[in-house]
Design a protein around this ligand. Structure first.
Ligand SMILES: C[S@@+](CC[C@H](N)C(=O)[O-])C[C@H]1O[C@@H](n2cnc3c(N)ncnc32)[C@H](O)[C@@H]1O
Ligand code: SF4
Length: 353
Protein backbone atom coordinates (compact mmCIF):
# COMPACT_ATOMS: atom_id res chain seq x y z
CA UNK A 1 0.00 0.00 0.00
CA UNK A 2 2.66 2.50 0.99
CA UNK A 3 5.36 1.75 -1.51
CA UNK A 4 3.34 2.04 -4.71
CA UNK A 5 4.80 4.48 -7.17
CA UNK A 6 1.67 5.99 -8.52
CA UNK A 7 -0.12 8.75 -10.29
CA UNK A 8 -3.89 9.01 -10.51
CA UNK A 9 -5.25 5.51 -10.51
CA UNK A 10 -2.22 3.79 -11.98
CA UNK A 11 0.45 1.74 -10.28
CA UNK A 12 3.71 1.39 -12.11
CA UNK A 13 5.62 -1.86 -12.19
CA UNK A 14 8.79 -1.14 -14.12
CA UNK A 15 7.60 0.68 -17.21
CA UNK A 16 4.18 -0.89 -17.23
CA UNK A 17 1.20 0.97 -15.80
CA UNK A 18 -1.68 -0.92 -14.22
CA UNK A 19 -5.11 0.34 -13.36
CA UNK A 20 -6.35 -0.12 -9.84
CA UNK A 21 -10.06 -0.48 -10.04
CA UNK A 22 -11.02 -1.01 -6.45
CA UNK A 23 -9.39 -0.15 -3.11
CA UNK A 24 -11.24 -1.67 -0.23
CA UNK A 25 -10.49 -0.97 3.43
CA UNK A 26 -11.98 -3.40 5.86
CA UNK A 27 -11.05 -4.83 9.21
CA UNK A 28 -11.14 -5.25 12.10
CA UNK A 29 -12.75 -1.86 12.25
CA UNK A 30 -11.29 0.89 10.04
CA UNK A 31 -12.78 3.72 12.13
CA UNK A 32 -10.60 2.68 15.07
CA UNK A 33 -7.55 3.90 13.17
CA UNK A 34 -6.38 7.38 14.04
CA UNK A 35 -4.96 7.80 10.54
CA UNK A 36 -8.07 6.75 8.57
CA UNK A 37 -8.45 10.15 6.93
CA UNK A 38 -4.79 10.13 5.94
CA UNK A 39 -5.20 6.65 4.45
CA UNK A 40 -8.22 7.90 2.48
CA UNK A 41 -6.20 10.87 1.19
CA UNK A 42 -3.56 8.50 -0.13
CA UNK A 43 -5.78 5.79 -1.53
CA UNK A 44 -8.75 7.71 -2.92
CA UNK A 45 -6.85 9.17 -5.91
CA UNK A 46 -5.30 5.83 -6.77
CA UNK A 47 -8.43 3.82 -7.49
CA UNK A 48 -11.53 4.22 -9.59
CA UNK A 49 -13.52 3.13 -6.57
CA UNK A 50 -12.53 3.48 -2.93
CA UNK A 51 -14.54 1.60 -0.33
CA UNK A 52 -14.64 1.58 3.45
CA UNK A 53 -16.42 -1.21 5.26
CA UNK A 54 -17.35 -0.31 8.83
CA UNK A 55 -19.54 -1.39 11.71
CA UNK A 56 -21.18 2.05 11.44
CA UNK A 57 -20.90 2.81 15.14
CA UNK A 58 -18.40 5.65 14.84
CA UNK A 59 -19.84 7.80 12.09
CA UNK A 60 -18.00 10.93 13.22
CA UNK A 61 -14.77 9.42 12.00
CA UNK A 62 -16.21 9.18 8.49
CA UNK A 63 -17.60 12.71 8.31
CA UNK A 64 -14.43 14.47 7.09
CA UNK A 65 -13.83 11.74 4.52
CA UNK A 66 -17.32 11.92 3.03
CA UNK A 67 -17.17 15.73 2.96
CA UNK A 68 -13.92 15.58 0.98
CA UNK A 69 -14.82 12.59 -1.19
CA UNK A 70 -18.62 12.31 -1.46
CA UNK A 71 -18.44 9.30 -3.78
CA UNK A 72 -16.41 7.15 -1.39
CA UNK A 73 -18.26 3.88 -1.11
CA UNK A 74 -19.30 3.29 2.50
CA UNK A 75 -20.89 0.07 3.69
CA UNK A 76 -22.16 -0.46 7.24
CA UNK A 77 -22.52 -4.06 8.37
CA UNK A 78 -26.14 -4.69 9.20
CA UNK A 79 -27.33 -8.19 10.03
CA UNK A 80 -31.07 -7.60 9.93
CA UNK A 81 -33.70 -5.38 11.52
CA UNK A 82 -33.35 -4.08 15.05
CA UNK A 83 -33.65 -7.22 17.20
CA UNK A 84 -31.83 -9.50 14.78
CA UNK A 85 -28.96 -7.16 14.03
CA UNK A 86 -28.35 -6.25 17.64
CA UNK A 87 -28.46 -9.90 18.70
CA UNK A 88 -26.21 -11.30 15.98
CA UNK A 89 -23.65 -8.52 16.29
CA UNK A 90 -23.96 -7.99 20.04
CA UNK A 91 -24.49 -4.28 19.51
CA UNK A 92 -26.30 -1.97 21.88
CA UNK A 93 -28.71 -0.01 19.68
CA UNK A 94 -26.57 -0.87 16.65
CA UNK A 95 -29.44 -0.89 14.17
CA UNK A 96 -30.53 2.68 14.92
CA UNK A 97 -26.99 3.98 15.07
CA UNK A 98 -26.20 2.56 11.63
CA UNK A 99 -29.40 3.74 9.97
CA UNK A 100 -29.11 7.23 11.44
CA UNK A 101 -25.40 7.31 10.70
CA UNK A 102 -25.91 6.49 7.05
CA UNK A 103 -28.70 9.07 6.77
CA UNK A 104 -26.33 11.61 8.28
CA UNK A 105 -23.62 10.79 5.72
CA UNK A 106 -26.26 11.18 3.00
CA UNK A 107 -27.08 14.66 4.32
CA UNK A 108 -23.39 15.50 4.16
CA UNK A 109 -23.44 14.66 0.45
CA UNK A 110 -22.49 10.95 0.37
CA UNK A 111 -23.52 9.36 -2.91
CA UNK A 112 -22.53 5.71 -2.58
CA UNK A 113 -23.85 4.51 0.75
CA UNK A 114 -25.21 1.17 1.80
CA UNK A 115 -25.48 -1.68 4.23
CA UNK A 116 -23.73 -5.04 4.06
CA UNK A 117 -25.36 -8.19 5.35
CA UNK A 118 -23.71 -11.54 5.97
CA UNK A 119 -26.51 -13.98 5.19
CA UNK A 120 -26.93 -16.76 7.77
CA UNK A 121 -29.61 -18.95 9.35
CA UNK A 122 -30.63 -16.25 11.81
CA UNK A 123 -31.27 -13.39 9.39
CA UNK A 124 -32.17 -14.91 6.04
CA UNK A 125 -35.92 -14.43 6.47
CA UNK A 126 -35.39 -10.66 6.71
CA UNK A 127 -33.31 -10.42 3.57
CA UNK A 128 -35.91 -9.24 1.07
CA UNK A 129 -37.49 -6.74 3.47
CA UNK A 130 -34.06 -5.39 4.38
CA UNK A 131 -33.28 -4.89 0.70
CA UNK A 132 -36.57 -2.98 0.25
CA UNK A 133 -35.87 -0.95 3.39
CA UNK A 134 -32.40 0.03 2.15
CA UNK A 135 -33.58 0.80 -1.39
CA UNK A 136 -36.42 3.01 -0.14
CA UNK A 137 -33.81 5.29 1.43
CA UNK A 138 -31.49 5.25 -1.56
CA UNK A 139 -29.04 2.84 0.07
CA UNK A 140 -27.50 -0.29 -1.41
CA UNK A 141 -27.55 -3.73 0.20
CA UNK A 142 -24.35 -5.71 -0.31
CA UNK A 143 -24.60 -9.39 0.49
CA UNK A 144 -22.22 -12.09 1.57
CA UNK A 145 -22.58 -15.26 3.54
CA UNK A 146 -20.65 -16.98 6.33
CA UNK A 147 -17.07 -17.86 5.48
CA UNK A 148 -14.11 -19.23 7.31
CA UNK A 149 -10.83 -17.46 6.87
CA UNK A 150 -7.88 -15.93 8.66
CA UNK A 151 -9.20 -12.39 8.25
CA UNK A 152 -12.34 -13.33 10.15
CA UNK A 153 -10.49 -15.42 12.73
CA UNK A 154 -13.07 -18.10 12.08
CA UNK A 155 -12.84 -21.76 11.26
CA UNK A 156 -16.19 -23.08 12.49
CA UNK A 157 -18.71 -21.29 10.28
CA UNK A 158 -21.25 -23.43 8.43
CA UNK A 159 -24.92 -22.78 7.79
CA UNK A 160 -27.06 -25.02 9.99
CA UNK A 161 -29.82 -25.51 7.41
CA UNK A 162 -28.26 -25.02 4.01
CA UNK A 163 -31.35 -25.66 1.92
CA UNK A 164 -33.49 -23.22 3.88
CA UNK A 165 -30.88 -20.46 3.68
CA UNK A 166 -30.32 -21.03 -0.05
CA UNK A 167 -34.04 -21.03 -0.89
CA UNK A 168 -34.56 -17.69 0.87
CA UNK A 169 -31.83 -16.08 -1.25
CA UNK A 170 -33.94 -16.80 -4.35
CA UNK A 171 -36.44 -14.16 -3.21
CA UNK A 172 -33.75 -11.49 -3.08
CA UNK A 173 -32.51 -12.40 -6.56
CA UNK A 174 -35.98 -11.93 -8.03
CA UNK A 175 -36.48 -8.67 -6.15
CA UNK A 176 -33.14 -7.31 -7.41
CA UNK A 177 -33.96 -8.20 -11.01
CA UNK A 178 -37.31 -6.42 -10.71
CA UNK A 179 -35.58 -3.08 -10.11
CA UNK A 180 -34.46 -0.63 -12.79
CA UNK A 181 -30.94 -0.57 -11.43
CA UNK A 182 -28.36 -2.36 -13.58
CA UNK A 183 -26.04 -2.80 -10.58
CA UNK A 184 -28.81 -4.70 -8.82
CA UNK A 185 -29.16 -7.08 -11.79
CA UNK A 186 -25.52 -8.08 -11.49
CA UNK A 187 -25.87 -8.30 -7.73
CA UNK A 188 -28.65 -10.77 -8.44
CA UNK A 189 -26.08 -12.96 -10.20
CA UNK A 190 -23.69 -12.48 -7.28
CA UNK A 191 -26.45 -13.79 -5.03
CA UNK A 192 -26.87 -16.82 -7.28
CA UNK A 193 -23.22 -17.49 -6.44
CA UNK A 194 -24.10 -17.23 -2.75
CA UNK A 195 -26.71 -19.97 -3.20
CA UNK A 196 -23.96 -22.18 -4.62
CA UNK A 197 -21.70 -21.29 -1.70
CA UNK A 198 -24.38 -22.01 0.90
CA UNK A 199 -25.20 -25.38 -0.65
CA UNK A 200 -21.51 -26.28 -0.73
CA UNK A 201 -21.25 -26.35 -4.53
CA UNK A 202 -18.33 -25.23 -6.64
CA UNK A 203 -17.99 -21.54 -7.39
CA UNK A 204 -19.90 -20.33 -10.46
CA UNK A 205 -16.68 -18.84 -11.83
CA UNK A 206 -13.10 -19.75 -10.92
CA UNK A 207 -11.36 -17.57 -8.35
CA UNK A 208 -8.84 -15.03 -9.65
CA UNK A 209 -7.07 -14.22 -6.37
CA UNK A 210 -3.44 -13.09 -6.81
CA UNK A 211 -4.23 -12.12 -10.39
CA UNK A 212 -7.12 -9.68 -10.12
CA UNK A 213 -6.93 -8.84 -6.42
CA UNK A 214 -4.74 -9.23 -3.36
CA UNK A 215 -5.26 -8.75 0.36
CA UNK A 216 -2.88 -6.56 2.41
CA UNK A 217 -2.86 -6.96 6.17
CA UNK A 218 -1.94 -4.26 8.73
CA UNK A 219 1.68 -5.43 8.76
CA UNK A 220 2.08 -4.89 4.99
CA UNK A 221 1.99 -8.62 4.29
CA UNK A 222 0.40 -9.27 0.91
CA UNK A 223 -1.75 -12.39 0.53
CA UNK A 224 -3.58 -13.79 -2.47
CA UNK A 225 -6.81 -13.52 -0.50
CA UNK A 226 -8.23 -12.97 2.97
CA UNK A 227 -9.02 -16.66 3.51
CA UNK A 228 -5.88 -18.78 3.21
CA UNK A 229 -2.95 -17.63 5.36
CA UNK A 230 -0.65 -20.01 3.49
CA UNK A 231 -0.96 -17.93 0.29
CA UNK A 232 1.38 -15.16 1.43
CA UNK A 233 2.97 -13.45 -1.55
CA UNK A 234 5.37 -11.00 0.10
CA UNK A 235 5.70 -7.87 2.19
CA UNK A 236 5.43 -4.29 0.97
CA UNK A 237 7.92 -2.96 3.50
CA UNK A 238 10.59 -5.27 2.18
CA UNK A 239 9.67 -5.67 -1.48
CA UNK A 240 8.29 -3.69 -4.39
CA UNK A 241 4.98 -4.51 -6.05
CA UNK A 242 6.91 -5.84 -9.01
CA UNK A 243 8.83 -8.32 -6.84
CA UNK A 244 5.64 -9.46 -5.14
CA UNK A 245 3.38 -9.81 -8.16
CA UNK A 246 5.86 -11.36 -10.55
CA UNK A 247 8.36 -14.15 -10.20
CA UNK A 248 8.36 -17.79 -9.23
CA UNK A 249 6.60 -17.40 -5.89
CA UNK A 250 3.72 -15.46 -7.43
CA UNK A 251 3.44 -18.11 -10.18
CA UNK A 252 3.33 -20.89 -7.62
CA UNK A 253 0.63 -19.10 -5.63
CA UNK A 254 -1.48 -18.54 -8.74
CA UNK A 255 -1.31 -22.28 -9.41
CA UNK A 256 -2.49 -22.89 -5.84
CA UNK A 257 -5.37 -20.50 -6.43
CA UNK A 258 -6.31 -22.30 -9.63
CA UNK A 259 -6.49 -25.59 -7.72
CA UNK A 260 -7.99 -24.13 -4.57
CA UNK A 261 -10.81 -26.22 -3.17
CA UNK A 262 -12.21 -23.54 -0.86
CA UNK A 263 -15.33 -22.42 -2.64
CA UNK A 264 -15.54 -18.97 -1.18
CA UNK A 265 -17.73 -16.41 -2.84
CA UNK A 266 -17.15 -13.10 -1.14
CA UNK A 267 -17.61 -9.74 -2.71
CA UNK A 268 -13.87 -9.38 -3.48
CA UNK A 269 -13.45 -12.75 -5.10
CA UNK A 270 -16.91 -12.81 -6.74
CA UNK A 271 -16.95 -9.29 -8.16
CA UNK A 272 -13.51 -9.66 -9.73
CA UNK A 273 -14.36 -13.05 -11.25
CA UNK A 274 -17.57 -11.59 -12.71
CA UNK A 275 -15.60 -9.01 -14.70
CA UNK A 276 -14.03 -9.44 -18.10
CA UNK A 277 -10.48 -10.77 -17.62
CA UNK A 278 -9.01 -8.12 -19.95
CA UNK A 279 -11.45 -5.22 -19.85
CA UNK A 280 -12.26 -5.06 -16.18
CA UNK A 281 -14.90 -2.38 -16.56
CA UNK A 282 -17.24 -4.69 -18.44
CA UNK A 283 -18.84 -7.89 -17.17
CA UNK A 284 -17.79 -11.39 -18.09
CA UNK A 285 -19.90 -13.20 -20.71
CA UNK A 286 -21.49 -15.72 -18.32
CA UNK A 287 -22.96 -13.23 -15.84
CA UNK A 288 -23.97 -10.91 -18.68
CA UNK A 289 -25.98 -13.58 -20.50
CA UNK A 290 -27.55 -14.75 -17.25
CA UNK A 291 -28.59 -11.20 -16.39
CA UNK A 292 -30.06 -10.50 -19.85
CA UNK A 293 -32.01 -13.74 -19.93
CA UNK A 294 -33.41 -13.53 -16.44
CA UNK A 295 -34.15 -9.81 -16.47
CA UNK A 296 -36.34 -10.46 -19.51
CA UNK A 297 -38.00 -13.43 -17.82
CA UNK A 298 -38.76 -11.38 -14.72
CA UNK A 299 -40.08 -8.51 -16.88
CA UNK A 300 -42.40 -10.94 -18.65
CA UNK A 301 -43.56 -12.33 -15.32
CA UNK A 302 -42.07 -15.75 -16.10
CA UNK A 303 -39.92 -15.92 -12.94
CA UNK A 304 -36.52 -17.59 -12.78
CA UNK A 305 -36.05 -21.28 -13.27
CA UNK A 306 -33.51 -21.74 -10.48
CA UNK A 307 -33.27 -25.50 -11.10
CA UNK A 308 -31.55 -24.63 -14.38
CA UNK A 309 -28.61 -23.15 -12.42
CA UNK A 310 -28.69 -24.87 -9.07
CA UNK A 311 -28.79 -28.60 -8.35
CA UNK A 312 -30.83 -28.54 -5.17
CA UNK A 313 -30.60 -32.32 -4.84
CA UNK A 314 -26.94 -31.87 -3.95
CA UNK A 315 -26.51 -30.27 -0.58
CA UNK A 316 -23.13 -30.57 1.10
CA UNK A 317 -23.41 -32.81 4.11
CA UNK A 318 -21.61 -31.60 7.21
CA UNK A 319 -20.40 -34.58 9.22
CA UNK A 320 -20.15 -32.41 12.27
CA UNK A 321 -21.83 -29.05 12.70
CA UNK A 322 -20.06 -27.26 15.52
CA UNK A 323 -21.90 -24.82 17.68
CA UNK A 324 -20.40 -21.52 16.65
CA UNK A 325 -18.35 -19.81 19.34
CA UNK A 326 -20.07 -16.86 20.95
CA UNK A 327 -17.53 -14.28 21.99
CA UNK A 328 -19.98 -11.97 23.77
CA UNK A 329 -19.61 -13.91 26.99
CA UNK A 330 -15.85 -14.24 26.77
CA UNK A 331 -13.11 -11.81 27.57
CA UNK A 332 -11.30 -11.91 24.26
CA UNK A 333 -9.50 -8.60 24.48
CA UNK A 334 -5.99 -9.22 23.25
CA UNK A 335 -2.82 -7.22 23.47
CA UNK A 336 -1.72 -5.55 20.24
CA UNK A 337 0.47 -7.85 18.17
CA UNK A 338 3.88 -6.69 17.07
CA UNK A 339 5.10 -6.65 13.50
CA UNK A 340 7.46 -9.59 13.91
CA UNK A 341 5.01 -12.01 15.49
CA UNK A 342 3.31 -14.85 13.67
CA UNK A 343 -0.17 -13.42 13.25
CA UNK A 344 -2.32 -16.26 11.99
CA UNK A 345 -0.80 -19.28 13.70
CA UNK A 346 -3.94 -20.65 15.32
CA UNK A 347 -5.63 -21.54 12.05
CA UNK A 348 -5.63 -25.22 11.42
CA UNK A 349 -7.66 -26.97 8.79
CA UNK A 350 -10.87 -25.35 7.70
CA UNK A 351 -13.04 -25.51 4.70
CA UNK A 352 -15.44 -23.28 2.85
CA UNK A 353 -17.93 -25.51 1.13
C1 LIG B 1 -14.78 -8.04 8.47
S1 LIG B 1 -16.04 -6.82 8.50
C2 LIG B 1 -15.15 -5.37 8.78
C3 LIG B 1 -16.05 -4.17 9.00
C4 LIG B 1 -16.58 -3.95 10.39
N1 LIG B 1 -15.58 -3.95 11.39
C5 LIG B 1 -17.68 -4.87 10.82
O1 LIG B 1 -17.82 -5.04 12.00
O2 LIG B 1 -18.42 -5.38 10.02
C6 LIG B 1 -16.51 -6.64 6.81
C7 LIG B 1 -17.64 -7.53 6.43
O3 LIG B 1 -17.29 -8.86 6.65
C8 LIG B 1 -18.39 -9.53 7.19
N2 LIG B 1 -17.97 -10.71 7.94
C9 LIG B 1 -17.48 -10.75 9.18
N3 LIG B 1 -17.18 -12.01 9.52
C10 LIG B 1 -17.48 -12.79 8.46
C11 LIG B 1 -17.39 -14.18 8.18
N4 LIG B 1 -16.93 -15.04 9.06
N5 LIG B 1 -17.79 -14.61 6.95
C12 LIG B 1 -18.24 -13.74 6.04
N6 LIG B 1 -18.35 -12.42 6.25
C13 LIG B 1 -17.97 -11.95 7.44
C14 LIG B 1 -19.07 -8.49 8.05
O4 LIG B 1 -20.40 -8.82 8.32
C15 LIG B 1 -18.91 -7.25 7.19
O5 LIG B 1 -20.00 -7.10 6.32
S1 SF4 C 1 -11.27 -19.71 -3.49
FE1 SF4 C 1 -9.25 -20.11 -2.58
S2 SF4 C 1 -7.90 -18.57 -3.48
FE2 SF4 C 1 -10.01 -17.90 -3.87
S3 SF4 C 1 -10.53 -16.52 -2.18
FE3 SF4 C 1 -11.16 -18.58 -1.55
S4 SF4 C 1 -9.41 -19.45 -0.45
FE4 SF4 C 1 -8.67 -17.67 -1.59
Amino acid sequence: MRTMKSSDNMIFLGNTAYNMLWDYITGGEPTLRRDLEEIADILYPKAMQFEISSNGLNVKKLEPIIKKYPDVKIRFSLEGFELTNNKIRGEKDGFNKKVNGLLHLKELGGTDLGFAITIQDDNVTELVELFKFASAQGFELATSTLHNGFQFHKSDNVPYDRLRVAKHIEGLIVEMLKTNNVKNWFRAYLNLGLIAKVLGHERLIKCTAATDFVFIDPWCDVFACNVRPDLKMGNLEKQTWGEILFGLKADRIRKEVWNCKQNCWMVGSAKTAMRHPRYAKIPNGGPLLWVLKNKIRVLLGAGINFEEYVDYSKVHHDDYVPKRDIFLTQNVKKRVQTKDEVHYDRFGEFFNS
